[in-house]
Design a protein around this ligand. Structure first.
Ligand SMILES: N[C@@H](CCC(=O)N[C@@H](CS)C(=O)NCC(=O)O)C(=O)O
Length: 285
């Protein structure tokens, strides 16, 4: 007779399905979408078993619909903006379509998995704010959940997103998009005809770069609170590092070489050391 005991596990053992945006082959070397990178770093941090499904950019809306995951972002027009990543955990029947929610889910469901707690301490003390909203023509960031779990991390994530998204024009032209159909999605959205028009060159680039360097320089103060790194709070990684890491992975794969070199060598190498250390959770599976 069954004793009626149930087996619970706090570590992930069932293969999950993970959805990221396909770039040009070899995709493991080119994938560069920031929010999927944040979730990938979290999945690897938690040593979760998962398989990545690469979705062509124009197919994101129908993929998200077929998975039954409602969009969590809107375009500036107010129209729904279906995005990736999405994570499906068959062990619990959970479907999660937002990188922050994925990290929270992994922590709640699998508290002791992998490298441990993604949210080990309050990070409101980091106190970082970018202090500027996005230009009105840019797709707004996802609305923050009113009362999110780990509110301090959610706020930090939003400020980092504001800081980098403001300068994302430096990277857009260099996205290693899969094909013309993927480029057309961006061109149609921006009302442009040729990929060249996406590029930011010359004096305009210099102006945006000046803002980018100033932003990175100011943001570097978040590292000044501890004696040694490589993480924001010292020798222990938190999800805050992974939020910043998502942007560093995108920048590493899209910025022209000399600009990327400046990111990782500048500011006492705080970004360079963080990026290198996060490499241990950067495997593309
Ligand atoms: N709040 C969402 C935002 C996700 C998001 O914006 N994803 C972008 C890639 S980083 C996307 O899917 N873009 C698709 C497109 O531009 O068509 C999250 O954190 O997952």
């Amino acid at each position: 007779m069954s004793t009626g005991t149930t087996t619970t596990t706090t570590t992930a053992t069932t293969m999950m399905d993970y959805y990221d945006i396909a770039m040009r082959a070899p995709v493991a070397e080119t994938c560069c979408s920031v929010n999927p990178w944040k979730a990938r770093l979290a999945l690897n941090f938690k040593a979760a078993p998962y398989k990545t499904h690469w979705v062509s950019l124009p197919d994101i809306p129908k993929t998200r619909t077929s998975l039954g995951v409602a969009p969590c972002r809107k375009h500036a027009s107010g129209a729904e903006y279906p995005t990736l990543p999405v994570l499906i955990d068959h062990a619990t029947g959970s479907k999660i379509g937002d990188s922050f929610e994925i990290a929270v889910y992994l922590q709640k469901q699998y508290p002791t998995s992998g490298a441990g707690n993604l949210f080990p301490q309050d990070v409101s003390e980091i106190g970082y704010t970018y202090g500027q909203e996005l230009a009105p023509w840019m797709p707004p960031l996802s609305e923050r959940n009113e009362e999110p779990e780990y509110d301090d991390y959610s706020r930090f994530n939003r400020e980092v997103d504001l800081a980098f998204t403001t300068h994302v024009g430096l990277m857009g032209y260099f996205l290693p998009l899969e094909n013309e159909a993927a480029k057309k999605v961006f061109l149609d959205r921006a009302g442009l005809q040729s990929w060249e028009q996406i590029g930011v060159h010359g004096e305009v680039r210099q102006g945006l770069l000046n803002g980018f360097w100033a932003m990175l320089n100011d943001m570097a103060r978040i590292f000044k609170r501890r004696d040694q790194g490589p993480f924001i709070l010292g020798d222990r990684a938190t999800y805050a590092d992974l939020c910043l890491g998502g942007w560093l992975f995108m920048a590493s794969r899209t910025l022209p070489k000399e600009e990327w070199e400046q990111v990782i060598t500048g500011n006492d190498r705080v970004y360079g050391r963080l990026f290198e250390t996060l490499g241990k959770w950067a495997e593309v599976k």
